[in-house]
Design a protein around this ligand. Sequence first.
Ligand code: UDP
Length: 195
Amino acid sequence: VPTVSVFGIPVCKWGMKDTVEYLSQVVASGTPHQIITANPIMIMSALESPEYKQLMQAAELIVPDGSGVVWAAQKGGDPVAERVAGIDLMHELLLQGVKEQWRVYLLGSTPEVIEETAGRLSRQYPGLIIAGHRDGYFGPEQDEEVVQAIKEAAPHLLFVARGADTQEPWIAKYKQSLGVPIMMGVGGSFDVISG
Ligand code: UDP
């Protein structure tokens, strides 16, 4: 993966098409990947917290979500192909998922929002296999149970919407035990999708 360093964070230089092609190969390979959609707030968090920086550096793929990240790469003289927004990447992966019959798990937001999101996505992407969904309001004592439920659903894609402070560390912590090929934090996307 060709990357450019943005304040020490290796950001992928590919545009949307190459990113989705690569991620299709990742699904075929079955190896767990954490995808981080980097925005300036996350880069700032990494500058402030060595733990968050380490976590980001350990992600298998970091895409340039924020236009500020695209700008910083350009400014540093090593531009990325284009902005790859998290919500757009999610859309492309769902389209690809329908084609390739990937199983999708949706984790996060309130019970009402996740219910509505699952319903809307099923209608918006006919044929989409939603292998499971659950809300994002649970404490660390329930982590094991949640991880187990996801493993049993055996998804190819796992989207986690619990806020950047929570979702990225959570995915990183359980990445190996979850073993899902594509695990991606999507922040407030379920709130947007559910209207
Ligand atoms: N969320 C969640 N569990 C939590 C906190 C937040 O599932 O413990 C969800 C929340 O319902 C929303 C999403 O995470 O759908 C993003 O939350 P917020 O906008 O507060 O986080 P930010 O993106 O600002 O970090």
